[in-house]
Design a protein around this ligand. Sequence first.
Ligand code: DGY
Length: 328
Amino acid sequence: MRRQRLKVVLTRKLPDAVENRLGELFDVEFNSSDQLFTRDQLTAAARRADVLVPTLNDTIDAGILAQASDNLKLIANYGSGFDHIDVHTARQRGIIVTNTPDVLADDTADMTMALILSVLRRIREGSLHMQSGDWKGWSPQAFQGTRVGGKALGILGMGRVGQAVARRARAFSMAIHYHNRKQLREETENELRATYWESLDQMVARMDVLSINCPHTPSTFHLMNARRLRLMKPTSIVVNTSRGEVIDENALTRLLRSGELAGAGLDVFEHGAEVNPRLRGLDNVVLLPHMASATREARHEMGEKVIINIKTFDDGHRPPDQIVPSML
Ligand code: DGY
């Protein structure tokens, strides 16, 4: 007799090809309106799903997990970051959590470089000037930025994305430095020509550019607090394509406004879409709507990872992207 198909609930609209394949394999509840689930809707979804497919907008905390049905056995997150899911409580309840690593790293690293270039070379200001119709022609004084080559780049978090940033930055002749929970293997350090700093304080004080590429965890929350941001040189800039919570956004805003930091390129914000209005008004910042991984290719490959994780689980095996305690 055929087994009953897994009931899979998607909280957002995913690429068509991904939804079609999911629909062939499982009993899927789609969200064709793409409206964000309310907390009540998310709780109800956790009550009726065998597999929940959330995104970073869905906070799945202990309260929601406490009301989940016993059938909920897998949370197959569509995304790499999983700081919105209480993985400890899920584990205690026997629920496996998976994510979609690797496939976003190159696109995120590309956008990190785009932000570094945009801030140092004042691309946003130049573009706004052209769009205003005010340009009167070339001038030796106009739009002088900062040369990228030869500058010291400090990468905070040297995982997949951090390393992809290092490879790109090498091609721009930047000097690569990093701080990470663990020092990389010597071969990798040599390949990236990266210098390890055990002390984050000492590294940030010497960098021209700081790129945040570590996940948001309890130990990285406000890792770049007011004290550490103040250690940076007034000519330096900060770029963040990871999670907003790693930087104290109010402190960063104050330092940018007072000229104690030269600029920032931010794709993520401490309070999600509630971006500090005092940050929005600044010329020396480039702000993006959390789009570092937004390529058609990445979104498709993230979906493929979700499918493989669910299918492997359904076949009775350990999903390849299961989040394990050492990752927390
Ligand atoms: C993720 O997958 O966590 C990314 O932040 C989405 O862009």
